[in-house]
Ligand binder design. Structure first.
Ligand code: BGC
Length: 482
């Protein structure tokens, strides 16, 4: 069971302007934020790093196209199982210990990959890191949401997505620095250091008072709450948490997660999770170098530079747009506008590829440098990333974390997260095969088609949740005809 993260305050949205970070943050809360930033950053790094590491791996081991896809995408497969386990672990052993477990997995997986003597061990390392990513993807936002005071809760969760994009960007930078020497072992192993740091910071960070209350450990919960809200009377919020616990009863069963009553929020959470992936983001994040290579950026240095700045840096900066506007413009406007931009960009990439002569077997450019069509591809992909970063990236995670009623939230979020990783796995696993079968242009047009389908589905099925308390959102599913 997840207890609404309102710390017992009135659930309705406060009309006052949100307090600044500086006004609300205590040293303990900064520690929580650092945990969230490390967890999100590692998530992004371990996803993004493979794009530049592939070239070196291919020169060390002989890899068939299928094995290239396996090495690339099995982080996602590990994340799928990791996120399901993460929901369970977070409820059973607590939010903070689950983040610690993720830290251990990040470190262990990084070391295994760095020293892998063959492809099998490399893939095993990718799976371990992936499981860490999945565990962190469920536990870290949950931990943040339960420890953050209401006034800064939205920003805490948004910082998680920002950290993911920073992690991807850093991975590209590291790839760029190391691409000349082809030091892929160092690229993959580098995340052992932040993995250890995540472990150390999380060890010192406070525990979730809500989880402690769930376990019937009120005095410990009070002590943790006093750390994050020094000087505040912690008894009223603890009473409110206890009241919710009494109303909702014990943690809901898996059956309740799939109960008819919650069919709509489940469809929304799962639907958004699927559409976030099948509109193509990770095909671009993972295979950016190869797409740019096909588009005429022939040298490895040119490819990594363009990937770092056009994809990595733009992704970070455009996420700030969402942080600024998500509570003002609302979720739907951002999602619908973003999808239009993503669709147009993908159509343009497909058109550009009509004019790019490629050597399909090798996936290398026949042209000697970026042609006009290659430059169009570059601009279109930048457009795609900007539109994703202010819409389907952060907004999808926000909505997934707010649509479910408290007593099923932990498990339902884990289901949506696992479905998200499952979809990411399918896309990254089969992206190169699909290109081989139907060509570059049709593949990008297929992603564009999914943007269209997603737009229509969101327009008709996803209600606006801006400015509503979690309890008000829960009421939406109970009103007849809704
Ligand atoms: C998605 C990831 C993606 C990342 C890119 C996240 O919201 O879940 O799959 O790689 O955004 O910024």
């Amino acid at each position: 069971m997840t207890i609404p993260a309102t710390l017992g305050k009135a659930p309705a949205q406060s009309p006052e302007r949100p307090r600044t970070f500086g006004q609300t943050m205590t040293p303990w809360l900064w520690l929580v934020l650092v945990v969230v930033l490390f967890a999100g950053g590692l998530f992004g790094y371990d996803q993004g790093v493979i794009s530049g590491a592939l070239r070196g791996i291919k020169s060390t081991f002989t890899l068939s196209p299928l094995l290239i896809e396996v090495v690339t995408s099995w982080v996602t497969l590990g994340a799928l199982f990791g996120s399901l386990a993460g929901g369970e672990l977070a409820d059973q052993v607590g939010r903070k210990p689950t983040v610690l477990i993720a830290g251990v997995m990040f470190t262990l997986g990084a070391v295994v990959q760095a020293f892998a003597p063959d492809t099998l061990i490399l893939v095993a390392g990718r799976l371990v890191v992936g499981a860490g990513v999945g565990v962190a993807a469920v536990a870290a936002p949950l931990y943040a949401a339960e420890l953050a005071p209401t006034a800064v809760r939205g920003r805490f969760v948004s910082c998680y997505q920002l950290a993911i994009t920073i992690g991807i960007f850093l991975a590209y930078l590291v790839d760029g620095w190391l691409s000349k020497s082809g030091a892929w072992r160092m690229m993959l192993g580098a995340s052992a250091v932040p993995g250890l740091l995540l472990f150390a910071v999380a060890l010192a960070a406070p525990r979730s008072p809500r989880w402690l209350m769930m376990m019937g450990r009120r005095p410990e919960a009070a002590a943790e709450l006093r750390k994050v809200s020094p000087g505040a009377d912690v008894e009223p919020p603890l009473d409110a948490i206890a009241k919710v616990l009494r109303q909702e009863g014990a943690r809901a069963s898996w059956g309740e997660v799939f109960h008819r009553e919650w069919r709509r929020p489940l469809a929304i959470g799962v639907g958004l999770a699927v559409f976030q992936q099948i509109t193509g983001i990770n095909a671009i994040i993972y295979y950016a170098d190869q797409i740019f290579s096909s588009a005429g950026f022939t040298t490895p240095a040119a490819q990594t530079t363009v990937t770092t700045w056009a994809i990595g840096a733009v992704n970070v900066l455009a996420t700030l747009i969402a942080i600024a506007f998500i509570d003002r413009l609302g979720r739907r406007k951002l999602l619908l506008a973003g999808l239009i931009g993503m669709g147009i960009s993908l159509i343009a990439v497909g058109v550009a590829f009509q004019f790019i002569v490629t050597d399909a077997a090798a996936g290398a450019a026949a042209a000697t440098g970026p042609s006009a069509a290659g430059v169009v591809t570059l601009f279109a992909l930048v457009g795609f990333i900007i539109c994703f970063a202010f819409s389907m990236g952060p907004v999808v995670w926000t909505v997934i974390n707010e649509v479910f009623p408290g007593h099923i939230r932990g498990r339902a979020v884990a289901v949506a997260t696992a479905v998200n990783w499952g979809s990411a796995f399918l896309v990254s696993q089969f992206f190169l095969s699909v290109i081989g079968a139907i060509g570059n242009s049709l593949t990008f047009w297929l992603f564009a088609l999914f943007c269209g389908v997603s737009w229509i589905w969101i327009y008709f099925c996803v209600p606006e949740t801006k400015g509503q308390s979690l309890e008000q959102i829960q009421q939406l599913w109970m009103e007849p005809g809704k």
